[in-house]
Design a protein around this ligand. Structure first.
Ligand code: 5AD
Ligand code: SF4
Length: 440
């Protein structure tokens, strides 16, 4: 009987790919993945530390699965990823349920660590690395649709945003060898995938030096786009201080590079941006958006925003709202500031915006963004977009669902078409989340 591993993933898309890498490494040691937690001899939780509530959710989840261990004593539970890195041995000490703790750069050691745990010892490895990119490992794809997938192009982060735990839990930035990226993307295309998203904490600083040439992000993106015009390419995340005109020209030159940029602003106040150590001002951000609109006129834009960062005043908050309104973001992820131990903000500034004010500002921001998103969708009505079909719509098998290059979900009646196909769709109306149309 093969040993079974169940893996649950929290946090960002990087973690999704990491889980696929982990399954690949464990399959080399005789494990097969299972969707049924009750069946598994090994349960892994790939964790996120970005905000306190992300960690609280995982503590809650650990409690919820404790009965499995009481029922079957030989089940091993591992905490892997960012929270493993942040809390280290503390996890094992505070929670007797946990047998294995492995940080994001130590996944190659997992088979050994699991064996140690099976022999009755606690197993921990949270060493960070300056080189590890798992370049040679083919992730075992666990997405359900077989159409779009993520490809990691770099790991870690060298920016020191004052609020952010990522550099501490994922280590220094390192880029992955472009050959291994191109091979992985080609393999995905051969398998029938029609969309890849290149992932990194700050893709604009991707850089690989071989003896012959230097590959920056624009060159890498171009090479990926040239693999096949039927393969859509997306990427995330760009940093406003680093996104170059060169990159924007590359995006505009290739039809199959999606016209959507996720460009986290975080705040609209230059004073707060300075405290956040973002290394750009409100004016710089606006200039970048203007340049995007000039070079790629039909580009969709999305952002991340934090409300209630240390010392944020009502005026700072108004500036965040006015920046969002000015940019007319198609989409935004919005968060209340959550102090993370060890970060610059935690060490140097007071988390002095009251919880109820943070909540008030967040709901104001969300209602503004709802208006902007609705407006962005209304603007699409009456237009024709090319849609890559990802599968049936959630509500009905008579409708297909896919996305436009600008990353909007489109639902339409889909006689004779199937996932992975491209189809031109006339947008007839929209709901708050979806565009609805007919194929033409
Ligand atoms: N508190 C709230 N939001 C945060 N983010 C990162 N760190 C924090 C924090 N301490 C948000 C940022 C980032 C996104 C991934 O999470 O907006 O872009
Ligand atoms: Fe991803 Fe950051 Fe959460 Fe780690 S802490 S899983 S890098 S979002």
């Amino acid at each position: 009987m093969p040993k079974k591993v169940y893996i649950e993933t929290y946090g960002c898309q990087m973690n999704v790919v990491d889980s696929e890498v982990v399954v690949s490494i464990l399959s080399g040691a005789g494990y097969v993945p299972t969707d049924n937690i009750g069946d598994a001899g090994l349960i892994l939780i790939n964790t996120c530390s970005i905000r306190d509530n992300a960690e609280q959710r995982i503590w809650g989840r650990l409690k919820a699965i404790s009965h499995l261990k009481k029922r079957k004593h030989d089940v091993k539970i591992g905490i892997i990823g960012c929270m493993a890195e942040r809390l280290k041995e503390k996890l094992i000490e505070t929670d007797k349920l946990v047998d294995i703790v492995v940080g994001p750069d130590a996944y190659r050691e997992l088979p050994l660590l699991v064996a140690e745990a099976e022999a009755g010892h606690k197993a921990v490895n949270v060493l960070l690395s300056r080189e590890e990119t798992y370049a040679d490992i083919s992730p075992v794809r666990m997405d359900k649709n077989g159409v779009s997938s993520f490809v990691s192009i770099m790991r870690g982060c060298n920016n020191m945003c004052a609020y952010c735990v990522v550099p501490y839990v994922r280590g220094a930035e390192r880029s992955r060898n472009p050959e291994s990226i191109l091979k992985e993307v080609k393999d995905l295309y051969e398998l029938g995938y029609r969309e890849v998203t290149l992932l990194g904490q700050n893709v604009d600083s991707y850089k690989w030096d071989s003896n012959i040439e230097t590959t920056g992000f624009p060159e890498l993106l171009e090479k990926v786009a040239m693999i096949n015009p039927l393969l859509r390419v997306r990427f995330s995340t760009s940093h406003p201080k680093d996104i170059s005109d060169d990159l924007l020209h590359t995006i505009s030159r290739y039809e199959n590079i999606c016209k959507h940029i996720h460009l986290p602003a975080q705040s609209g106040s230059s004073r707060i941006l300075k405290l956040m150590n973002r290394e750009y001002s409100r004016e710089w951000y606006m200039d970048r958006v203007n340049t995007i609109r000039t070079i790629i006129p039909d580009c969709a834009l999305s952002t991340d925003m934090i409300t209630g960062f240390c010392t944020e005043t009502k005026e700072d908050h108004k500036e965040s709202l006015s920046l969002m309104d000015w940019a007319g973001f198609d989409f935004a992820y919005m968060f209340k500031y959550s102090e993370r131990p060890g970060t610059k903000a935690a060490r140097k500034y007071k988390d002095d915006v009251a919880e109820n004010i943070k909540s008030e500002r967040l709901s104001e921001m969300i209602s503004l963004q709802n208006k902007l998103s609705a407006q962005a969708k209304k603007n699409d009505v009456g237009k024709v977009y090319e849609v890559l079909i990802e599968g049936f719509s959630k509500r009905s098998d008579e409708y297909l669902s896919g996305r436009t290059s600008r990353n909007k979900v489109v639902v339409f009646p889909g006689g004779g078409l199937k996932k992975g196909n491209y189809v031109k769709v006339l947008i007839e109306r929209c709901t708050s989340a979806t565009l609805i149309g007919k194929s033409i």
